[in-house]
Design a protein around this ligand. Sequence first.
Ligand code: GLP
Length: 250
Amino acid sequence: MPIADPEVLADGPAVAEWVAARLLQARLDHPELPLGLATGRTMEPVYGALVGRVRAWPQPRQQTLRDHWCSFNLDEYVGLGPGDPDSFAAFMDRQLAAPLGLERARLQLPDGLASDPSLEARRYGAELAAAGGIGLQLLGLGLNGHIGFNEPPCGAETRSCCVTLSASTRAQNAGAFGGSPQAVPAQALTLGLVEILAAREILLVVTGAAKAPVLQRLLQDPPGPQLPASWLHLHPAVTLVVDRAAWGRG
Ligand code: GLP
């Protein structure tokens, strides 16, 4: 299966540097193709490494990156807007847009404050399609095997939509909401498997020992709805990047 041959690196910082270099390469090689970006704890060191690399560039090269930046995030909580520090819009602003001096409009996310979330999810999917679809898609992995916010069970034909978050996901993400799963929004907008699998390339990033069991499931299971990430086996160009802790073999 395409994702069976991972890039195993020593630790989280090594993974972050590797992924940051790959994202920047994609931005420079294919400025016409939007990047697909993700949020979560896995991505914080990745964006930190990316910002560190760009700040070491000469100013004209930094400006070229700013002038050509185009990215679409996977997901957003329903009910949270950019002004809420727990929104993914605010996360992207803190991690990437502000430190790099990127225009906010160049980082697209679904609008968590839209009055009709299902309509907004479809609008966002259509906007991505109009931009040509994703070039390189960055993905983290949920403890229940979700990618984006595509919760199990989830078919490969799922398009951008509004989803109800599982108890497991609300518990996983409670840290950002004062530790209370009930404080995590009950619903989210997410790109679907259709938009994710349409990316030209996918980088799946998995770090930390807590992810070792779900990663082993992913590597063993055939594609199926109970583990949404398993649909990635159907994609021809997935690179799995892991640290030794997640790999679970030293
Ligand atoms: C979150 C996000 C995903 C993210 C995943 C892993 O809920 N919706 O896009 O990749 O779950 O999160 P973390 O990196 O914090 O473990």
